[in-house]
Ligand binder design. Sequence first.
Ligand code: GTP
Ligand code: MG
Length: 203
Amino acid sequence: MTRTAAPSPRGLLLSEYITSLTRADAPIPGPARPEIALAGRSNVGKSSLLNLLVGRRSLARASRTPGKTRALNVFSWGDRCYLVDVPGYGWAKVGQAERAAWHRLVEGYVAERPALAGVIWLLDIRREPSPEDLDFRACLVARSMPTLVVLTKADQVGRAKRDERVAAVGAGTGMDGKDFLITSARTREGAEEFREAVLAFLG
Ligand code: GTP
Ligand code: MG
């Protein structure tokens, strides 16, 4: 009897830091693979969720050397795809020039990157979606980008308030809250569903 060589979808997919891109069209060194981006406002929990997905406590943070935090940080995920940690938007203290640079990099990446197979869009379960969240959503819609919506920091909201918060974020984005994944990087709530959803995303 021969064994199949294909790794089990439940098997561990090793992840490592690959590179940081400062241009939306910059190549990733190594084999061509689909790219999955994690995006959302600053501090929403992108790096924490990436670490949760790949099962490494501080992988995404490890690459946050000064000058690279405004770049697209690329990680492998086994041989499945590249995970791309996108710099957050809505950081109050940045000036006009930096804001423009962010738009060029991130919107350029989302709008035009051929290898981009999908976006994991993070929203904080406690917060009303911001005007910048809605701008970002418009960018996703413009390219008909497959999008997985993940609500973060669920540990900060009691069970009794959950449905209310999901409905509020749904109403604020014009989306159906039933499709949102609810997660906490702190308690690992939703981690397995999230992993399954990302694998399903890759087909
Ligand atoms: P930027 O890269 O700066 O845009 O931030 P980010 O979106 O990558 O967020 P990051 O993962 O760095 O988390 C921001 C803060 O939120 C950190 O202090 C995390 O510890 C905290 N945080 C992230 N996820 C959770 C969560 O599920 N629950 C709670 N309570 N805090 C979280
Ligand atoms: Mg981050």
